[in-house]
Design a protein around this ligand. Structure first.
Ligand code: DAK
Length: 259
């Protein structure tokens, strides 16, 4: 499939795909077409057995400066309701394979929310995270009041959401929003390395583990533990579990077959 606003590389290294957000002049503002393309590309990569982890990145100046304000400015509430962007964002959230955001420069508004839909975030020292919707008379609409608060706590989330203040990569790391901060020339490589590391594992185990961690956002402890246990038992039905445990006992590297 060919896309206008994203660039997809299904095999940047073995088992790892990259998707670049590619509207550089607009700081990768997320217009509806770009989001639709991202959704389609993720669905395609999720169904591709040669892909086990996906890195989403922008360029050095911006991961994404938010949803496209020019596209939204004239819309009515009913227009927004009918566009139903949630189905696109929800579909991205349902990606089974690990998603890693590689962030340099601005990750603002919907851009910050998109990084939070990913499972891990690697940032360059120049990255800035923010929810500046309040500056333009609205508020976060794709998870910024919920996922951000869960990640960084009430004090920081309130400040970001109510004042529009940005936080630096280092502050984001300290707050637990992101995994790693590296020099700007390394952020994409580091994200790919992290993707490779998870791509070496049993894909079924990775999928079940991702699903279980995400469950903790939606449920209470007992229900979450029950869900975790079911997934744990289920993995004993896989060849990868036998291979992983036998390889440990035989002191060799496991070869996982995704079976
Ligand atoms: N939308 C459209 N264009 C944008 C943009 C954006 N979000 N951000 C930047 N641009 C454009 C600028 O208009 C400019 O275009 P030209 O004027 O050259 O044509 C170009 O990118 C370069 O930007 P600047 O000239 O402004 O560059 P600076 O370095 O001076 O400033 C900046 C960089 C990032 C501080 C500034 O551009 C800025 O404040 N941008 C807006 C940031 C923002 O407010 N983001 C939040 C947008 S609201 C939902 C899903 C998602 C959302 C809501 C609901 N549902 C599922 C329902 C999300 C909402 C949002 O993200």
């Amino acid at each position: 499939m060919s896309y206008e606003f994203i660039v997809v590389n299904p095999a940047v290294v073995e088992y790892v795909a990259t998707i670049q957000l590619n509207r550089p002049k607009e700081l990768n503002a997320l217009n509806l077409q770009l989001m639709g393309e991202l959704k389609s590309a993720l669905e395609e990569l999720d169904n591709n057995d040669e892909v086990r982890a996906i890195v989403i990145h922008g360029n050095e100046r911006a991961f994404a400066a938010g949803a496209d304000i020019k596209q939204m400015a004239g819309k009515t509430a009913i227009d927004m309701l009918k566009i139903d962007q949630f189905s696109t964002w929800d579909s991205i959230r349902r990606t089974k394979k690990p998603l890693i955001a590689a962030v340099s420069g601005f990750a603002l508004g919907g851009g910050c929310e998109l990084t939070m839909l990913c499972d891990m975030i690697v940032a360059s020292e120049t990255a800035q995270f923010g929810q500046p919707e309040i500056n333009i008379g609205v508020m976060p609409g794709a998870g910024g009041t919920q996922r951000l608060t869960k990640a960084v706590g009430k004090a920081r989330a309130m400040e970001m959401v109510l004042t529009g203040n940005f936080i630096s990569a280092e502050e984001a790391r300290e707050a637990g929003l992101i995994n790693k901060v590296v020099p700007v020339d390394l952020y994409l490589d580091e994200a790919i390395k992290l993707a490779q590391k998870t791509a070496e594992k049993s894909p079924i185990a990775v999928q079940m583990a991702k699903e279980s961690v995400l469950k903790s956002f939606d449920t209470g402890l007992q229900e979450g533990l029950f869900f975790e246990r079911k997934n744990f038992y289920m993995l004993f039905a896989t060849e990868d579990q036998k291979e992983g445990m036998n390889a440990f006992i035989e002191k060799r590297k496991a070869i996982f077959k995704n079976k």
